[in-house]
Design a protein around this ligand. Structure first.
Ligand code: 6CS
Length: 315
């Protein structure tokens, strides 16, 4: 028996390495009875094509970013809100592990579309990179051409700073940054470094304005059709992987910050925002939560309110 496991990243990057490690563990536990074929990003279309592929059962498993499902699972856009999760990536991961708002309520929203998120995990804090202007104050975003993922609330979060966001797939991003179609983007450091965005960007702003959250997902119908023992095997391995992936992203984010700082061929201006500077962004970002409650959420912000309570309790 072979399961297909698609990811939005390539060899070496966190999502792909996650799928490869997951595959090893499953084949070891089943003495090779079940094998998993991990897929790098690229061969199976864009990120949104991959969402459809999982829904149609073209693959059994996927690592999926909520940033590409926002047009469909409106509630999933919760992750687009800046400064919602704690600054500590470790505390954020604990919340992702234990949150009922996410693991029960949001999961049910995804299941309406045939996608079961079995776990939520961080790929690290997100940072900004830019050309033409060093992003330090909200004013620096005025008219700034920012690339984002496709969820409408992500774009809204940048409009709150008066930026001009454009959604695009990451496969087009290096070229778009290089030729000036967009001036900047957001991602965790490991991804900025591995995708070489720093080569075509002048500035890296350590903004920690949000956490990059990914989900381990399965096709709901397929998963529900498995016998209990196999479901158990998947669930238990997904749970074990939470610590593994936390360490993996941490190591990669730390390593790539040094690589970017040491790159003398294409020097990058690394800017660390002060708490005061971050506060100016936060002041503009918090009202976007009301936009979520009123315009986006299909259950009047219930999931968001519950998550905010869980976040407060964790801090
Ligand atoms: O920026 C993006 O769209 C990509 N970033 C990460 C960290 N993973 C995959 C995603 O498509």
């Amino acid at each position: 028996e072979t399961w297909r496991f698609v990811t939005e990243e390539v060899t070496g990057q966190v999502q792909y390495e996650y799928a490869a490690e997951f595959a090893d563990r499953i084949s070891e536990k089943t003495d090779g009875r079940i094998t998993i074929e991990p897929y790098e990003y690229g061969g199976l279309g864009s990120e949104t094509d991959q969402v459809e592929l999982l829904q149609d059962g073209g693959v059994e498993m996927a690592v999926m970013s909520p940033g590409f499902t926002g047009g469909m699972v409106k509630e999933g856009q919760i992750f687009a809100l800046h400064f919602l999760f704690p600054d500590s990536v470790a505390t954020t991961q604990e919340i992702l592990n234990s949150s009922e708002a996410l693991n029960t309520d949001l999961r049910a929203r995804y299941e309406e579309f045939g996608i079961s998120p079995l776990a939520f995990w961080t790929e690290g804090a997100m940072q900004w990179t830019s050309n033409d202007v060093a992003l330090e104050t909200p004013e620096d975003f005025d008219g700034f051409m920012m690339r984002t993922q496709s969820s409408p609330l992500i774009l809204e979060s940048y409009r709150a700073y008066d930026a001009e966001p454009t959604a695009m797939s990451w496969s087009e991003l290096y070229t778009a940054l290089d030729n000036g179609t967009v001036q900047g983007q957001e991602n965790p450091i490991f991804f900025i470094g591995d995708a070489s965005f720093h080569e075509v960007q002048e500035n890296l702003t350590l903004s920690n304005h949000n956490n990059y959250v990914a989900m381990t997902t399965v096709n709901t119908e397929w998963y529900e059709g498995l016998d209990e023992e196999t479901q158990q095997l998947i669930d238990e391995t997904v749970e074990e992987m939470q610590d593994w992936v936390f360490e993996e992203q941490k190591r990669q984010n730390e390593e790539y910050l040094e690589i970017i700082k040491d790159n003398t061929d294409n020097p990058t201006n690394v800017i660390e925002l002060t708490e005061e500077q971050r506060q100016a962004f936060k002041d503009l970002a918090v009202p976007v939560r009301d936009f979520y409650r009123e315009e986006v959420s299909t259950v009047d912000g219930e999931i968001l309110d519950k998550l905010i309570e869980e976040i407060e309790a964790a801090q």
